[in-house]
Design a protein around this ligand. Structure first.
Ligand SMILES: N[C@@H](CCC(=O)N[C@@H](CS)C(=O)NCC(=O)O)C(=O)O
Length: 325
């Protein structure tokens, strides 16, 4: 199967330019169909020039938009099958209950890539330190994520990669790039001020994650000789202050809002797994009532249910590490 890259085509003669436009229209149709689920892409071979770099025959087209992960073969093809094909090139090594792993899984679900391959590894058995993981991730941490030959291990990086990768191929065509970004849920808004808020919430969620870890997993984060009662107290106060900030953000929004406004966004993808630890570890709900409302709303979302940590399903009640917050 041949490889179709828009820039290759654009460098060719005017016939290829026309063909590129046809392909754009096709891909546009494919994506809008994908937005509503199962659908068929109809190829009109009479629109394609003979000199196209693709294999064409009456009623038949074969091309593979490899960089997009899309491939079509035959006159028609189910769009969801094409999307599944793209997902099957993806491999995620993950651990149950890990917020960084969970956020990548939510992003995969939201982008309609639930057919990705995965390996669930046990931290207790130190499976994340295997040679297989280390070959891809020298820090031997999870998530470790691979798409074809592309390795993206940092959880934030993997989430952003899943959102924008199709945009890059069609850099010269703003229309196509915006259509492609809308595969599944659009996680980064177009409007600059909305986008700025999403970025702000995405990156500041690292504070909430770090501060939650340092209280909830104090004994695990700090070795015995480095533990001090005064430090525990300070870290608890720091987490309470951090929670107040997030409460304040939600208080300024109407009920039912997401972390960065009225639409679900990348901020929710990265932050929800951290928020979910508060009820699990018995944080008193009065410490963060709006965050808890947000939690109860999002836990019913399909992507979140589909990626819920199996260890949490087995043991729905977690330890009481945040009970005294
Ligand atoms: N910066 C990484 C952090 C990943 C991370 O801390 N993963 C933890 C699980 S939550 C891990 O693999 N820990 C095992 C270890 O560090 O040995 C990301 O966000 O992807």
């Amino acid at each position: 199967m041949k490889r179709f890259l828009r820039d290759d085509v654009m460098e060719g003669g005017c016939g290829e330019n026309l063909f590129a436009s046809v392909m754009e229209l096709l891909l546009t149709a494919a994506v809008s169909l994908a937005g509503v689920g199962e659908g068929l892409v109809h190829v009109r071979p009479e629109l394609a020039p003979n000199r196209s770099p693709l294999s064409l025959g009456p009623g038949r087209v074969e091309f593979s938009a490899v960089a997009l992960g899309y491939s079509f073969s035959g006159e028609t093809r189910s769009v969801s099958a094409a999307l599944r094909g793209m997902a099957s090139d993806m491999l995620l090594y993950w651990g149950s209950g890990s917020p960084p792993c969970w956020r990548v899984m939510i992003a995969l679900e939201e982008k309609q890539l639930s057919g990705y391959r995965s390996k669930l590894l046990s931290f207790d058995k130190k499976e994340h330190q295997s040679d297989e993981v280390k070959a891809l991730n020298p820090r031997a941490q999870l998530p470790t994520f691979k798409h074809g030959e592309i390795v993206v291990n940092e959880s934030y990086a993997a989430c952003f990669y899943l959102e924008v990768k199709r945009q890059l191929l069609f850099m010269n065509s703003s229309f196509i790039s915006s259509v492609f970004k809308s595969q599944g849920t659009r996680l980064l808004p177009e409007d600059p001020s909305e986008l700025a808020l999403v970025y702000q919430r995405v990156f500041e969620s690292q504070n909430l994650q770090q501060k939650m870890y340092e209280v909830a997993f104090y004994d695990w984060v700090f070795p015995e000789g480095e533990r001090h009662e005064s430090a525990v107290k300070r870290k608890r106060e720091s987490l309470i202050e951090e929670l107040k900030l997030w409460e304040g953000y939600l208080e300024k929004t109407v009920r039912g809002s997401y972390l960065a406004g009225r639409s679900f966004s990348m901020a929710d993808v990265v932050c929800f797994p951290v928020v979910a630890y508060f009820p699990r570890l018995h944080c008193p709900p009065e410490r963060c009532p709006r965050l808890m409302e947000y939690y109860h709303m999002l836990k019913e979302r399909a992507s979140i249910k589909a990626s819920w940590p199996p260890g949490w399903i087995e043991n729905p009640v977690g330890p009481e590490s945040l009970k005294n917050l």
